[in-house]
Write a protein that binds this ligand. Sequence first.
Ligand code: HOZ
Length: 433
Amino acid sequence: MSSPSTNQSLFERAQRSIPGGVNSPVRAFRQVGGVPRFIERAEGPYLFDSEGRRYIDYIGSWGPMIAGHAHPEVVSAVQQAATRSLSFGAPTADEIDIAEALRDLLPAVEMVRLVSSGTEAAMSALRLARGFTGRDAIVKFEGCYHGHADSLLVKAGSGLLTFGNPSSAGVPADVAAHTLVLEYNNIPQIEELFASRGSQIACVIVEPIAGNMNFVRGDRAWHARLRELCTAHGALLVWDEVMTGFRVALGGAQQLYGIRPDLVVLGKVIGGGMPLAAFGGRAEIMQCLSPLGAVYQAGTLSGNPVAVAAGMAQLRIVRRPGFYTALAAATAGLMQGLEQAAARHGVPLCTDCEGGMFGLYFASARPRCYADVARADLGAFKAFFHAMLSRGVYLAPSMYEAGFVSSSHDPAVLQATLQAADEAFAEIARPSA
Ligand code: HOZ
């Protein structure tokens, strides 16, 4: 009889057939060390690993699981859709429903196209911006991550920061040369760039609240200036709301800031945990896409019926009255409790959050850009991460990732998290013998 699989044995086996044992780098636990948990199933706020251990989940599949895992309405929608076939490669009425829902809910979206991943959506939005403006240069911000298309893997966040190498090998210098990288929240820098090269810039792409260098809020004044400069110079403003869309508010960050980008990139929550993403925006720009216009973009699985069914079911849940008020209150209460627990044990910690998305910084002030995040105490983060994991709380295994709360994190779950945190802070504050 074969022995039961442990996380360790699965990790060893995985590394023989999958690079690093994982299908996405941050999952490998390299920044924090130790053995990744191999997940067998999840329900509500809980993950269960291959050894049968239960964890309170604050990753939520990196954002999508806003209603908790295996929500019965989402699961049932998927089951029903699956009986009608897994893919058609042809248009469906359900695609129109979700396109109309996205248009109704997001001020900047007049037309939208569905794709399968955030990377694909961001890459397509860039091509569209370049095709629409006839310009090549793009502007992004250090620490923002927009998926792994070549043009966007320059001083990017998420896994690239986690492994201390913010640009990827394999990106031709000629391609990277068109990507201009500036500091997040720095108004003089963007003003200077537009003054010198404004007529060459196709678009400025930005995470309105960055979630791939921990959680860093874009200043209102900076966002307003980006909008003004793009308009004045004929460049497009592209907001990457893959994380913030339907996460920080029903209308995303564009609702919170009251700013209308020209294009929006979406993913995560809109798929309910299935591979569904989208990009949308002003009709005049979207109509440049093939078959109407000259910008080509396509996909066999785009608008996949099972993914669309999951996404629609989850959107129905988040549209219910009070959903975001309760989610934001739960998240804010958790952050307050964590700061209080850290203070009780003399551990420098500050937090920030919006809707169901949060950041934890082992630092004395909230970060405003990548350099601030990088100055946080990595040793304290690692110690806290493991102290929480050993108490059954699963945080992102990198201090460059945001955290996520779902509507299934009820008061008892939040209280259990704070109890674990109290013990964890006591453990990491204890002077070593
Ligand atoms: N880069 C993703 C989060 N920022 C991680 C995705 C994953 O590992 O699933």
